[in-house]
Design a protein around this ligand. Structure first.
Ligand code: NAD
Length: 297
């Protein structure tokens, strides 16, 4: 069994980002990322801290905007509007979940597509579904003209694809099963695997006989937010497991959605939590941000 740890890939991506940031700075431009957090969600606060740290490591300037739980829609929309028009800002990230009374989709859609570096606005999602956010853009060198037309890819699922690629996992022709169909993770991940010519099955909380489906998977990606959801009896020998879940247990430990001990006995490859997909997600955010700056040079 091979442990697909994300730290070394994240380090490589960040080194590349640092070089690009350095090159851009020679033209007098500092790459900036706007970070908006509303409320006290501990996971979001932790993600914000990790993002700020990673920005600083690579030379990207983080601009933090923190709001109390009872912040108004108007205040958030005005902040996004200012960031959209701020020349120092090349990307905007809003941390989820937002406080319940806020209209999350309206907020995400208020980010101009050129700065939607988490790729979750309707324009980015539509372009991606229409295959106007190709993987080739990232593979075959960087073309600013294409980058201006294409939407950014959502960071977490894009990070999963990069991790699979980094470990030379064949996707084409294999049966990929994704558990979870959220807009941020499961749905775009399914589309990405489809774009890579996998045969994809998407499962969710209403799926009947989950085990029957997961046992057929060659590649199994789990993003449900349910610790222990996937157990050893639900997978076949040799399966590739990507655990995207991040769950904070009552004792403060962080765990994924997979019963690691049970599943790893059968898996050929498996991601740990923490230290798997998480670090790559942040690296992808930085990569998208520097690409956004490069597209506008
Ligand atoms: P979400 O709550 O929006 O979606 C969860 C999905 O899982 C839904 O589609 C739901 O139908 C499905 N689901 C829930 N319970 C299920 C069950 N018992 N059986 C089958 N399907 C079930 O969550 P999300 O935003 O997609 O996040 C999912 C997990 O991924 C969370 O733990 C989150 O913290 C984590 N996450 C990790 C990263 C990262 O960088 N590693 C990034 C984003 C989210």
């Amino acid at each position: 069994m091979v442990l697909m740890e994300g730290l070394s890939l994240a380090k490589k991506i960040k080194e590349r980002v640092s070089q690009d940031v350095q090159k851009i700075s020679e033209q007098g431009i500092r790459v900036g990322l706007g970070l908006l957090l509303a409320g006290e969600n501990p996971a979001s606060q932790q993600y914000l801290r990790a993002t700020v740290k990673a920005c600083k490591e690579t030379g990207i300037v983080p601009y933090e905007f923190r709001f109390p739980e009872d912040v108004s829609m108007n205040e958030i929309l005005n902040t996004v509007h200012n960031l959209n028009n701020d020349e120092r800002i090349h990307g905007v990230l809003v941390f989820f979940p937002l406080p319940k009374k806020l209209n999350s989709r309206k907020i995400v859609n208020s980010i101009v597509p050129e700065k939607d570096v988490d790729g979750l606005g309707s324009v980015a999602i539509g372009k991606f579904a229409a295959e106007e956010s190709t993987f080739q853009l990232y593979k075959e060198g960087f073309d600013p003209a294409l980058a201006r037309q294409f939407g950014f890819l959502p960071c977490t699922p894009f990070g999963v694809l990069r991790l699979l690629e980094y470990y030379n996992i064949t996707i084409e022709g294999r049966h990929a099963v994704v558990i979870g169909k959220s807009l941020a993770v499961g749905k775009p991940l399914s589309l990405m695997l489809l774009a890579k010519e996998a045969t994809v099955t998407v499962c969710h909380k209403k799926t009947v006989n989950l085990k029957e489906i997961t046992r057929q998977a060659d590649i199994l990606c789990v993003a449900a937010g349910k610790p222990g959801l996937l157990t050893g009896d639900m997978v076949k020998e040799g399966v590739v497991i990507v655990d995207i879940g991040i769950n904070v247990l009552p004792d403060g430990r962080v765990t994924g959605d997979v019963d690691f001990d049970g599943v790893s006995k059968k898996a050929s490859y498996i991601t740990p939590v923490p230290g798997g997909v998480g670090p790559v997600t942040i690296a992808m955010l930085l990569e998208n941000t520097v690409k956004s700056a490069m597209a506008r040079l």
